[in-house]
Structure formats: structure tokens, C-alpha cells
Design a protein. Structure first.
Length: 185
């Protein structure tokens, strides 16, 4: 059975958004970018809420984003090669290939997807991840902890879900980012 992995950039104070609700608060860093690309390459399907999907869809809908460097081109290729499931009650259509819309998060359907998948799945976005954690679907949590206090909003992890975690790996990147990998027991 495939694993469901939750991955997120997070500030030291636990936020995924700054005080203005922006997701793009972490400065570009090639080493972190390589780690994230490798993680995404290891998965075959990405599960997104609407907002995270719209942010990530730019890797397909804005070719100039991929054209910035070899690293961004590789990331765009990896992102475009995966299947995507977007959970949204408001999105009318998905502008990217290999993407299907679901109107609501169905834990049983995700269990079935995990059981039939030939590669791991990646859940992006704290709201959707909270639902997957509450349903007991998340097998692994990977946090890229940035050395910044955002005083922002959107905690990376839900306050109302209890889970026992086992630290599997930790890796410090030269810019002070720490990649933490936990197995959910």
C-alpha cells in the first residue's frame, strides 16, 4: 500500500502563511528546492485543496516560471508528470492536465486510492492535511522548518488532532532550514 505524505514549508512559529495570508514568504533556496523536488518525484499523486492547487498550478500554466533555471524546469516537469486530485466546492474547472476535481474530501476514497496506488501520495495544504490526519490517513509528515517567525496564520498542523510521531530523519540545510521527517504511528 502506498503512503500518504504530508509535506509543508513552515515557519518556526508553526505558520504556513504570513500575516497577509501569502504562501510565498520563504526566500528561494536551491538546496531546499532540490529536497522538495526529490520528495515530489517520489510520489505519483498530489492531493490539494483549492488554494494550494491554484498556487501550484502555476508550474504548468506559467511556462516562464519553469524557464528560470534548470532547477525550476526540473520541478515543473516533476509536478506536471504527477496526477492531481483537487478538493474544492468552488473551483469550476482545473486548468492543468492530469487533474481531477472532487467536491468534498472522502476518507474512504483516499483509502482506496492509497490501496491501488503504485507510488506514494502527497497531500499539500494545512486544511486538507488536517482532514487527512483526523481520518488517520497520513503515514508520514515532512516539515521544512524555516528560521523565521511569521506571526502569521494557518498553522501547519491541526490543534485538534492527536498523533504519535516517530522522528525518522532530520537534515539541516545551509540556510538554516531544517527538514524533519516523521512517521505517524
Amino acid at each position: 500500500m502506498a503512503k500518504l505524505i504530508y509535506a509543508s514549508n513552515v515557519s518556526l512559529d508553526g505558520c504556513t502563511e504570513n500575516e497577509h495570508g501569502e504562501l510565498a514568504w520563504a526566500p528561494p533556496d536551491d538546496d531546499v528546492f532540490v529536497l522538495v523536488t526529490e520528495l515530489m518525484r517520489s510520489t505519483g499523486t498530489y492531493l490539494y485543496g483549492r488554494r494550494m492547487y491554484e498556487a501550484m498550478a502555476l508550474w504548468e500554466t506559467l511556462p516562464e516560471l519553469a524557464a528560470r533555471s534548470d532547477l525550476t524546469a526540473e520541478f515543473a516537469n516533476v509536478w506536471q508528470a504527477a496526477d492531481k486530485v483537487v478538493y474544492s466546492s468552488t473551483l469550476a474547472e482545473a486548468p492543468t492536465a492530469r487533474t481531477r476535481l472532487e467536491r468534498r474530501f472522502d476518507p474512504d476514497a483516499v483509502r482506496d486510492l492509497k490501496a491501488s496506488a503504485t507510488a506514494d501520495l502527497l497531500v499539500g495544504g494545512p486544511n486538507l492535511a488536517a482532514q487527512a490526519l483526523a481520518a488517520g490517513l497520513v503515514d508520514e509528515i515532512r516539515l521544512f522548518v524555516w528560521p523565521v517567525l511569521l506571526g502569521g496564520r494557518k498553522p501547519a498542523l491541526p490543534a485538534d488532532v492527536r498523533a504519535e510521531l516517530e522522528l525518522v530523519d532530520e537534515h539541516r540545510v545551509g540556510n538554516g532550514v531544517v527538514h524533519l521527517r516523521y512517521r505517524v504511528r
